[in-house]
Write a protein that binds this ligand. Structure first.
Ligand code: FMN
Length: 279
């Protein structure tokens, strides 16, 4: 008798989609939440249909349920629906049309303004504010919150894509959204229903044999495993008409030339202008 239950076979399918047959990890505990997470893919084409009423509120409730460092709650979300503003944001992001297309566009703000108000109100200097550590903590908080919102949206059958390209010109984004000093859009997020054929495939990830180390950082040569992963990504790239044929090639083009930063190399100056000393 076949001992593989339907749940186990769908788990194996999900893991195979995520890692390819060659990188399949051991099958551990499993449930619907994990299945949703493993089925994630970024979507760059949206139907015009609006998201159901209350979706923003549900996503934000999920976001606010994430852990937040010392309960400082550094996250603010700006839902942008003004088509003119979306157009400008799409342009800043290098003409990413999905920003204009998607019915819900969220800008995730590392908001150090809100807590600074308490400093003024209570006449207590916040000595911790100008430090890089505090800025980093705020950005980490934002990322954790947004990812909870993404999981919530995907569990509802919606699709998403993060837009880090908001950081191509943080000052212009801040001006457009009228951010006060000491607030910064860490990234945007498109939310909506995937257009026909835009759903795409699950993008394979590096095998766990490369990613998981035990008790110490392992510096062993993983070139052969990477090559196998490159093979998985090459198949994915062909099927999905991606420019970079392999992951190694993608790393080379993304991390090699400074022009791939699309203006983000000026981040330190931009942050200063936005009121972050980050010393
Ligand atoms: C912080 C962050 C910023 C991103 N910015 C962009 C972006 O500006 N445009 C885009 O098309 N995808 C963006 N992505 C999506 C990644 O390209 C995508 O997650 C990655 O290629 C893996 O594909 P997958 O999400 O489909 O698994 C971003 C992802 C993250 C986490």
């Amino acid at each position: 008798m076949d001992s593989i239950t339907p749940a186990a076979s769908s788990q194996k399918e999900a893991l195979t989609r995520r890692y390819g047959a060659s990188g399949l990890p051991a099958m551990g505990p499993w449930n619907e939440v994990i299945a949703t997470m493993l089925d994630h893919r970024s979507v760059r084409g949206y139907r015009p249909d609006p998201v159901p009423a209350g979706t923003l509120e549900t996503m934000v409730a999920a976001a606010q349920s994430a852990a937040t460092s010392s309960n400082m709650q550094w996250t603010t979300v700006i839902a942008v629906s003004d088509p003119e503003k979306k157009k400008v944001l799409a342009e800043i992001a290098g003409n990413q049309k999905h920003i204009e297309q998607c019915p819900l566009y969220l800008c995730w703000v590392a908001d150090m303004t809100r807590n600074s108000v308490i400093s003024t109100e209570q006449k207590v200097e916040f000595e911790t504010m100008p430090w890089l550590e505090t800025f980093l903590v705020a950005c980490i908080d934002v990322a954790l919150a947004a990812q909870n919102a993404v999981v919530a949206a995907e569990s509802l059958g919606l699709s998403t894509v993060y837009i880090g390209a908001m950081r191509n010109d943080p000052e212009r984004v801040a001006a457009l959204l009228e951010l006060p000093k000491q607030s910064f859009v860490v990234f945007g997020l498109c939310v909506g229903y995937a257009a026909d054929k835009a759903q795409g495939e699950v993008k394979p990830r590096l095998p766990q044999s490369i990613v998981v180390h035990h008790d110490r950082y392992d510096t062993r040569d993983t070139a052969a495993e990477r090559k196998t992963y490159d093979g998985e990504m090459a198949g994915f790239a062909t099927r999905n008409e991606m420019q970079a044929p392999t992951w190694t090639e993608r790393v080379l083009t993304r991390l090699g030339p400074i022009k791939s930063m699309n203006g983000r190399e000026k981040m330190r100056a931009a942050l200063r202008a936005l009121g972050f000393e980050a010393r």
